[in-house]
Ligand binder design. Sequence first.
Ligand code: HSE
Length: 320
Amino acid sequence: MTFSAGALRGRSVQVKVPATSANLGPGFDTLGLALALYDELQVSVRDEPGATVDVIGVGAGEVPTDETNLVVRAIAHTFESVGHPLPGLSLVARNSIPHGRGMGSSGAAIVSGIMAAKGLLEGVVEFDAQSLLALANDMEGHPDNVAPALFGGLTIAWVTPEGPQFKKLIVHRGVSPLVLVPSHVMSTALARSLQPESVPHEDAVFNVSRSALLVAALIQSPELLHAATEDKLHQSYRASAMPETNRLITLLRARGFAAVVSGAGPSILVLCSDPSQRLAAAELVASEAETDWQPLMLAVDFKGATVTPLAVESADTPAA
Ligand code: HSE
């Protein structure tokens, strides 16, 4: 099929993508939860080639504002995957998801770009859920953040020779997430470099049991969340790179809170079994932390990423 970039002239879309927390303790590279904190993006096709990005909020003055921007790269990757020429683009990003804190900001940027491309190509190329996930996983490298960012709720993601797959589950309404966000950042690449090549068989069995239990706890039995969030596959290996995270999690867990590292850290996710527990956990961290930690009491997002067309003018529409 031959496409013309001019066919998209005048198109503009609005995208909204939730933050995520991956791993959830035992579900390393597998489980993820969408959280009601959003990055919003407007993308318009323009006549001049190339791309410009205005960033408002988180990342302003820090992230690239040209074709090297991660959102633009995700749009380009999506167009390239279907062989459609990339039109000139103007982007306005309004970001709320903290960067480098384990809340899925890079996954959200990738999903924003893919959803923007999907919206701009509406009626020209159609994308199903699995191809959206495959595009996102190509860029992120593991599917546990991008699956909940795309689809919302609790997601189980796994990879097959045919590509990444996912199952979305609806979280029990009593489950009340609290994310504690420090002022310092952690690099996912550094966190991944601390993972060993292999783990003891008994640790693997330990995590299989806890992650199976965690799915039951999150959708049906929140009273099991503390037992279900134990982990031996990643948090202890990475603890030296985020000592305060590790210390606060140990303290929270000793007081009965289901606290885990959010994604690759350094934020802490506490999965409370009722909303009132969140205040007690936040107060404990405020009194015990040596640095500033921001408590975010967030709802679970059930919708995932959305894209809405803002204007569609045909290439033949005369200028007013
Ligand atoms: N599962 C990933 C990790 C999440 O912990 O490395 C961060 O992208």
